[in-house]
Design a protein around this ligand. Structure first.
Ligand code: ATP
Ligand code: MG
Length: 392
């Protein structure tokens, strides 16, 4: 029955000259999201609103699901279009609309008409009163409540007449692409996909880097990361996933450095390499799934030691989250089931029994000098063999 959607978006921060950038980005992201859906749509801005019109048959559920993944949308209103064929026909359409959308009639309502076309024979007040009367005649169980109606029946008079009353919540946030780009360190765990999702929600485009260590980490572990990137890409649009072979670096560190410092030193090299790729690809920051105290490598001391090697800002949106809350978010964005598949990611193989929890930065730096002979070459090889997968 619905043939269009009115897209609502929060206007905070998008006043003035940035507004059109925001709206254009939103239109672009909506078009992208709908490409995967059955049917054809046009997406247009009219009078400071965004409409999605179906120009062919479409799958309602699928379309709503796709729109629910577009950051920047705060609400999705399914719309019924009626040709302007006189007030009587409009009355019939409204009665029919209520019957289909609200099988249970024992509710209050209010008509809210708006004329974008001022030559319509009735003004807004008159439309409200007349349509209100028609609804009451058709459904005596219903009653008018102008302050807190259960149903706010919106009637918009344009070329056609639009009827809508329901708002399906959108994900909120800002359209991806309005906030620059960042590089996500994406592992196969629960946290990093959620971290990437959170930053993307603020309008930031995401690329990702995954460090794998074949044969210590399996092809399945790598595929799991691709699968996770795909889940995140459902919200963000295409993700360029850089797969970096970390094996030789890891083995070299294992060979030359104290084992209780392995994780920290490995993490420092991950950050260095991620930053290198980030700078090459115009990313303005790094993103990790770190959260204070979650593991030894995420104490305040460890975070400081890891952060020490980065020039770009490192965004850690989960820094103050409990695991429980991260899990809840990962379930919501549908990455959880993939994250808990039991394939080892590269850190878990080389973890020491008793990793340092309070690494001393000077000592870490000193021990890294044990790597001086070969590390630059190994890092260069890792960068040269970067395999880029475009994940959609
Ligand atoms: P996650 O659930 O995101 O894997 P974690 O709790 O396992 O996190 P760590 O293994 O200490 O934590 O990793 C901390 C962060 O470092 C991750 O959130 C991720 O951003 C990054 N990271 C760790 N391992 C890798 C890897 N193999 N490739 C890319 N990034 C990684
Ligand atoms: Mg991990």
């Amino acid at each position: 029955m619905f043939s269009a959607f009115l897209i609502k978006y929060a206007e905070i921060g998008v006043k003035g000259k940035n507004r059109y950038l925001f709206e254009d980005a939103l239109v672009r992201q909506i078009k992208y999201a709908l490409k995967k859906c059955e049917g054809e749509f046009t997406v247009h801005k009219t009078d400071g609103r965004i409409y999605v019109d179906a120009v062919s048959g479409f799958d309602y559920e699928e379309t709503v699901e796709a729109l629910k993944k577009v950051f920047g949308i705060s609400g999705i209103c399914p719309v019924v279009y009626v040709e302007d064929e006189g007030f009587e026909k409009l009355g019939e359409a409204v009665v029919d609309y209520i019957d289909k959308v609200y099988p249970d009639k024992d509710r209050s309502f209010k008509v809210a008409a708006r004329r974008a076309r001022k030559n319509y024979p009735l003004n807004s007040m008159e439309i409200n009163a007349e349509l209100g009367g028609i609804v009451l005649d058709a459904y005596p169980e219903m009653h008018v409540d102008v302050h807190h109606p259960d149903i706010l029946l919106n009637i918009e008079v344009r070329d056609k007449i639009y009827i809508y009353s329901e708002t399906i919540p959108g994900p909120g946030g800002m359209p991806v692409g309005t906030g620059g780009k960042a590089m996500l360190l994406l592992s196969g765990g629960i946290d990093s996909p959620v971290a990437g999702w959170m930053i993307a929600k603020r309008g930031v485009k995401i690329d990702a880097v995954y460090f794998h260590a074949p044969p210590y980490t399996s092809e399945r572990a790598r595929q799991k990361v691709v699968d996770l990137a795909k889940k995140v890409a459902a919200y963000t649009g295409p993700i360029y996933l850089h797969v970096i072979n970390f094996t030789d670096i890891q083995l070299y560190i294992y060979d030359k450095c104290p084992h209780d410092e392995l994780t920290i030193i490995m993490r420092r090299y991950m950050m260095r390499i991620a930053e290198h790729i980030a700078k090459d690809t115009e990313c303005l920051g790094l993103i990790t799934g770190e959260s204070i105290g979650q593991v030894a490598s995420q104490t305040m001391h460890s975070l400081m030691a890891t952060n020490d090697v980065c020039e770009l800002p490192v965004y850690r949106p989960l820094i103050g989250f409990d695991k429980m809350d991260i899990v809840a978010l990962s379930e919501k964005i549908d990455t959880y089931e993939t994250s808990i598949q039991p394939y080892e990611d590269c850190c878990t193989i080389f973890v020491a029994k008793h990793p340092v929890t309070k690494p001393n930065l000077n000592i870490i730096r000193k021990h890294e000098h044990n790597l001086d002979e070969k590390i630059d070459e190994l890092v260069q090889t890792a960068l040269d063999t970067d395999e880029v997968i475009v994940v959609r």
